[in-house]
Design a protein around this ligand. Structure first.
Ligand SMILES: [Fe+2]
Length: 429
């Protein structure tokens, strides 16, 4: 084996690096990397330049490398996926939805045009009136809804579903002028307060509405492997709901966050949100996806490097107060669960240094059309955190769906639940 190839293999088999079988490994590419030329010439599947709203996070190499001792066969793959789910690690499903993408081709051709239509006020209403004829059982309503976030929200339209009311909302991902990213949420109730609602009847209506508008969503959930995996991992029938259609454009993406709610305090776990399923239909996205446990370890490792005098230019933005937080595990988890990762924002969002460390430790993935990722979740302090970039010049279209138990929750004290939700309000992104 050539010396440079061995260097790459040594990095991939590093004892501190997380292994994700059946998934192409990603390494950060830095200019001084002695293996850079070998990676580019012999092992490369693709590269990704990570830039989000003007902030550069580095460059990655997505590698065609088969590591030794990988388990073989579908059963072993299923077992591994279930184990990862239970540890709140990302379940990366590269190529699992290639057939879905093929079957959905006729709808996918219109999705970029749809993004353009939805980016203008009035575009969502017009599209819904075209799509939802009376036979669908859904009726768009005329009266406009007030926008919660006038800076980013574009339009919100109510939709009648029998005696119930649902809504769709188009929104920009940011106010950054060169970011053309857009998302379309389908949900019900009051934004924030009802995001973690356990109302299974309205969740099922949301599923039906989203699958009417985005038939590719139904194809995903019909996939036998995904169904078997979710059934094994959760032990229950799972409903995909609160769909978000995402168009991640160059400069777009999402900062490090989670999609969890503080439900464990008021929920026995049998009715809470279980996680999120994300499927890439066009384009490419780059991900850091990492369990809370592994993110805590990476933060501590990075803090130790800074304390030892490494990267003095980073120490200028990551102050001593921030570093002192990492010694208390509970405080660290609490901060990471806050919007923007709380007081640790500057450390966690530090690119390319911290992003590179996470990639070097095996938490980076590139998703292409036909790939998916499951982000399991057990509450605020144990979930799968993630950070996303558009990887390429093309706008990347995807669907994100919340996974919930497909069964009715027992009657609950509505006032107490509203109070809890106010404390834990969070907008999934
Ligand atoms: Fe998310």
């Amino acid at each position: 084996m050539k010396k440079a190839q061995k260097l790459v293999l040594d990095r991939l088999l590093h004892p501190l690096r997380a292994r994700t079988p059946w998934v192409r490994p990603v390494l950060p590419l830095v200019p001084e990397d002695p293996a850079r030329a070998t990676v580019a010439a012999e092992l490369l599947h693709a590269t990704a330049v990570l830039e989000r709203r003007g902030q550069w996070h580095g460059e990655w190499a997505d590698l065609n490398v088969q590591l030794p001792d990988e388990p073989q066969g579908v059963d072993a793959f299923l077992e591994e996926c279930v184990a990862r789910w239970q540890r709140c690690e990302p379940v990366v499903l590269q190529g699992c939805f290639s057939e879905v993408v093929e079957q959905a081709q006729e709808w996918l051709e219109d999705r970029e045009l749809l993004r353009e239509r939805l980016s203008e006020p009035g575009g969502l209403r017009e599209w819904l009136f075209e799509q939802l004829d009376p036979e669908t059982g859904f009726e768009p309503l005329q009266r406009a809804r007030t926008l919660v976030d006038p800076e980013r929200d574009i339009e919100k339209v109510r939709v009648a579903a029998g005696e119930h009311e649902l809504w769709l909302k188009s929104a920009c991902l940011s106010t950054y002028p060169d970011d053309a990213s857009l998302r379309l949420r389908t949900s019900f109730g009051t934004e924030g307060e009802d995001d973690a609602s356990r109302d299974i009847q309205r969740h099922r209506l949301v599923t039906e509405l989203a699958q009417t508008l985005f038939p590719e969503a139904a194809l995903v959930l019909e996939d036998p492997f995904l169904r078997a995996l979710l059934n094994r991992a959760t032990g229950m029938d799972v409903l995909a709901t609160q769909h978000i259609a995402y168009w991640n454009a160059p400069q777009g993406g999402a900062q490090m966050h989670h999609d969890a709610f503080a439900e464990d305090a008021w929920n026995d776990g049998a009715f809470r949100q279980l996680g999120v399923c994300y499927v890439q239909f066009t384009g490419r996205t780059a991900w850091i996806a990492v369990s809370t446990d592994a993110l805590c370890n990476a933060v501590r490792e990075f803090a130790a490097l800074l304390r030892a005098g490494a990267m003095p230019w980073v120490s200028q933005v990551v102050d001593q107060h921030m570093l002192s937080l990492v010694d208390d595990d509970e405080r660290l988890r609490t901060e990471l669960a806050l919007p923007g990762c709380g007081a640790l924002h500057a450390l966690v969002e530090r690119g390319p240094e911290f992003t590179n460390l996470l990639a070097e430790r095996g938490h980076a993935f590139l998703l292409e059309a036909g790939d998916g990722i499951l982000l399991p979740n057990r509450g605020l302090h144990s979930t799968c955190m993630h950070s996303v970039w558009c990887a390429g010049d093309e706008v990347a279209y995807s669907l994100s769906m919340a996974l919930r138990p497909d069964r009715a929750a027992p009657h609950e004290d509505a006032k107490a639940v509203r109070r809890q939700r106010r404390l834990t309000r969070k907008d999934r992104s």
